[in-house]
Design a protein around this ligand. Structure first.
Ligand SMILES: Nc1ncnc2c1ncn2[C@@H]1O[C@H](COP(=O)(O)OP(=O)(O)OP(=O)(O)O)[C@@H](O)[C@H]1O
Ligand SMILES: [Mg+2]
Length: 392
């Protein structure tokens, strides 16, 4: 600053005054945060767009030497300065920063999710409402999804949302639910395979491994490296989703089966969604390795930064407001505050009942019988066109 010439100084001063004029608080907060954080290599705000009364977008150029990943880590700082939710993303060379100053509400109904809009996805489900609007993702892309957080902050509700989104919109999917509380998912009995006796979990996982091996052979014979290629050729193979509500309650001796499914299941359409209060490595010896398999993660309110880091590898969930259903969603570099939609199981049951769907695939796996897991491989006419999703 001392070496600046007077004209530069006046220009800086005018810029400061211009940014700090009335109604420009968000812009000023973003600019001030950049000023405070960077001395020489300063990111440059090239454009500010007002998306709505409480939503702003900034287009930012980063100077050479400052990486996107590094800048994105400052999201919480910008959020503190603007008092809003901040999402930084990258499109080509330009960085986009979305700031929404309106607080997320404490509850959003499940009815906001309209699966019809996401026909291009295999297993769409709403991750939650964010500053950018409703975030919807395809479970098959993760390929496994993890939910953590203190008791009573919304993990099971998250699982209801995921299970019902799948059952309502891809009813041919085989959903198996490990439900240690035995009452949480009983309403889905018959549409999904609900396992509430922990001594049966080992058999379930063993049989899923058998299905996986069987499917691998089928894909190999059809020269397909993964299920998506197989479906594109108009063969039928329903996705399988294993939901585990409270991972810590799993018996110790199922780890090998679980580990194999986590590693290889995705290629044959097996996806795991697991929830737990505290994913400590004491509970699971291999948790560090297993965690890496859950590319999509969500943490509801946690007790402290340590727990947040265990779930998300950052401490953002420790600073969430104590609101049920509020969470940090993380997938790769994407890290957003969301409010998970709320789905009352009674409502879910009504929706399922009102749909006139023939549940043709209910339980491919009988836990008490010898294995007979796979539906026969069938060839379908190609006339339906090249839809991306599995054929109904
Ligand atoms: N997204 C949400 N929006 C509004 N309210 C919610 C939401 N999620 C959960 N709740 C409320 O919080 C209560 C507890 O949620 P939930 O049972 O899902 O917690 P949990 O994390 O599974 O707890 P536990 O670890 O004890 O199983 C719900 O009964 C509901 O009233
Ligand atoms: Mg629960």
């Amino acid at each position: 600053m001392e070496n600046q010439n007077p004209i530069e100084e006046i220009r800086e001063g005018l810029k400061y005054l211009w940014i700090h004029r009335n109604g420009n608080e968000v812009h000023a907060a973003v600019a001030d945060t950049i000023e405070a954080k960077y001395l020489k290599l300063k990111p440059l705000i090239v454009k500010k767009i007002k998306l709505a009364d409480n939503a702003f977008r900034f287009l930012i150029n980063l100077p050479a030497g400052l990486g996107y990943a590094e800048f994105k880590k400052l999201e919480p700082l910008f959020a503190d300065a603007t008092g809003g939710s901040v999402d930084i993303s990258k499109h080509g060379k330009t960085i986009t920063m979305d700031v929404m100053t309106e607080e997320l509400k404490a509850s959003y109904p499940y009815s906001l999710f309209d699966a019809g809009q996401y026909g291009g996805m295999y297993l769409p489900f709403p991750v939650g409402m964010s500053a950018k609007g409703l975030i919807v993702r395809d479970l098959t892309e993760y390929p496994h999804f993890f939910l953590g957080g203190e008791t009573n902050y919304g993990k099971s509700n998250g699982l209801h949302v995921i299970a019902n989104s799948i059952l309502l919109h891809r009813p041919e999917t085989f959903v198996a639910i490990v439900d240690p509380k035995s009452t949480e998912f009983s309403y889905l009995d018959g549409r999904a395979l609900v396992v509430d006796e922990m001594n049966k979990v080992g058999v379930l996982l063993m049989k899923l491994n058998q299905v996986m091996d069987e499917r691998k052979k089928i894909l190999k014979a059809a020269h397909c490296v993964k299920i998506q290629k197989y479906l594109e050729k108009s063969y039928e193979m329903p996705f399988i989703v294993l939901i585990i509500d409270e991972w810590a309650d799993l018996p110790d001796d199922v780890q090998e089966h679980l580990w194999r499914l986590l590693r290889m299941g995705r290629f044959v359409g097996i996806h795991i969604v697991a929830a737990t209060q505290r994913p400590s490595s004491k509970t699971f010896e291999k948790f560090g390795d297993m965690k890496a398999m859950f590319y999509g993660r969500m943490s509801f309110v946690v007790a402290d930064e340590l727990n947040s880091r265990m779930i998300l590898d950052n401490d953002r969930a420790a600073h969430l407001p104590a609101i049920k259903g509020r969470a940090i969603y993380k997938c790769g570099l994407e890290c957003l505050e969301v409010q998970m939609l709320y789905l009352d199981p009674e409502e879910a049951e009504k929706m399922l009942n009102s749909q006139n769907i023939a549940y043709k695939v209910v339980n491919h796996i009988e836990l008490d019988e010898s294995p007979k897991m796979l539906p026969p491989r069938q060839r379908f006419a190609l006339s339906a066109g090249k839809g991306r999703g599995p054929k109904h």
